[in-house]
Design a protein around this ligand. Structure first.
Ligand code: SF4
Length: 387
């Protein structure tokens, strides 16, 4: 495969996503590109990332980075020195906006106070901690290698290290989970006073052990009514605690919305680095090879391998904006849509729009199509009206 050649518009800031695919083991529900940590591969990957960074830096076209997101995998498994080397290279190859948000995904079992301080020193200013649940039995069922006490300890240590922007990941609709247990998880998370919570319903990827073992809505998974009740309970508790739903699965205190995710949902631009990393620039999206050895070999040879690369037509970009915007509280920017479609949304998609409004799933406001609370709950069905 040939290296990609995404073109770069001038203007607004962009982002950088770095994928670090190593994990302590494979969780049975996981559908991401991640693999068990192998010290040799990790050692080879860092210099390859530094080399690849030099190659992709010109794609930013001088635009400042508004956010850098280190995802995985479990980036916190790597030594803090490796993360520091990576961020130092990012800072010298690209311009960081003064308030650039630098997020790192972490698992509670892979942190210590010393490591958190070193990560902060390296430039990380936001931590996304994979708590998933505070019930030991559910953590075990999820194949997680940490305890609720590990999560609490890591969270307090992150605060002590001076990390002011902390997020917790939780999953609900788990095998054997009751509504009360789901409520207890939210309350336990809120006790830590996080700035942000990502709350995902368990998904069953067909190629995962969970996907082969379970069927949605059937025991031991909770039925549909119980899942809806879990969502209602969670929404009430999170909103009452000052965490506003700004996307179907994401809640934040004002100003603590995850910038990388927000830009993704707004169809924004971000460069990509690392095996399996996805990028988007001005209507072109691509992913680098989701294979550590192939990725490293490609970079060393001067020809990074692509998993895929595609250029979206303006119409496809508009469709994506509607689909993603209907998942966010801020909704769809109608002027941007008009610029892509060459016509008003009301002309291009008059019938689905009428149905969307009649169902009470969204409302038209000056310059925006904004989902209602009901529309956010039914975001997939709302998007389905259009496509
Ligand atoms: S820690 Fe996260 S990325 Fe790694 S296997 Fe588990 S769910 Fe997947």
């Amino acid at each position: 495969m040939a290296p990609t050649d995404p073109y770069t518009p001038a203007g607004a800031p962009c982002g950088l996503y770095i994928h670090l695919p190593f994990c302590a083991g494979r969780c049975p529900y996981c559908d991401f590109f991640a693999q068990p940590h192998a010290a040799g591969q990790a050692r080879a990957l860092i210099p390859a990332l530094l080399r690849h960074l030099e190659m992709i830096a010109p794609l930013a076209g001088g635009r400042a980075l508004a956010h850098v997101y280190l995802g995985g995998g479990t980036p916190s498994l790597l030594p803090a020195q490796a993360i520091a080397a990576l961020l130092e290279a990012v800072t010298s190859s690209l311009t960081l906006a003064p308030d650039c948000e630098v997020s790192l995904e972490a698992n509670p079992g892979s942190l210590s106070l010393g490591k958190l301080k070193a990560l902060k020193q390296a430039g990380v200013n936001r931590l996304s901690l994979g708590a998933q649940s505070f019930e030991p039995g559910l953590l075990q069922a999820l194949g997680r290698r940490h305890s609720p006490a590990d999560t609490r300890r890591a969270f307090m240590q992150a605060r002590a290290a001076g990390l002011a922007n902390l997020s917790l990941d939780l999953i609900y609709a788990l095998p054997g989970q009751t509504r009360q247990a789901a409520r207890a998880d939210i309350l336990a998370a809120l006790e830590l006073a996080p700035d942000h919570i990502s709350l995902y319903e368990l998904t069953l990827g067909p190629a995962t052990p969970f996907g082969r073992a379970y069927v949605k809505g059937r025991p031991p998974l909770p039925d549909e009514d119980t899942v809806l009740a879990m969502e209602d309970t969670a929404l009430g508790l999170l909103e009452a605690a000052g965490l506003k739903r700004y996307e179907v699965s994401n809640f934040a205190r004002p100003g603590r919305e995850c910038r990388h995710n927000q830009d993704t949902w707004r169809g924004g631009d971000y460069l990509a680095l690392g095996p399996g990393a996805h990028g988007h620039l001005a209507g072109r999206r691509w992913a680098w090879a989701a294979d550590v050895e192939a990725y490293v070999a490609g970079v060393v040879a001067g020809h990074p391998l692509l998993e895929f690369s595609e250029e979206l037509t303006p119409d496809q970009q508009a469709q994506e904006l509607v689909m993603l915007g209907l998942r966010t509280a801020e909704g769809v920017d109608l002027e941007r849509l008009r610029a892509l479609l060459g016509q008003d949304l009301r002309r291009r998609w008059s019938q689905p729009l009428a149905r969307l409004l009649a169902q009470g799933w969204a409302r038209l406001e000056p310059g925006r199509l904004r989902p209602t609370a009901l529309g956010l709950r039914l975001a997939d069905a709302a998007a389905g009206l259009f496509f």
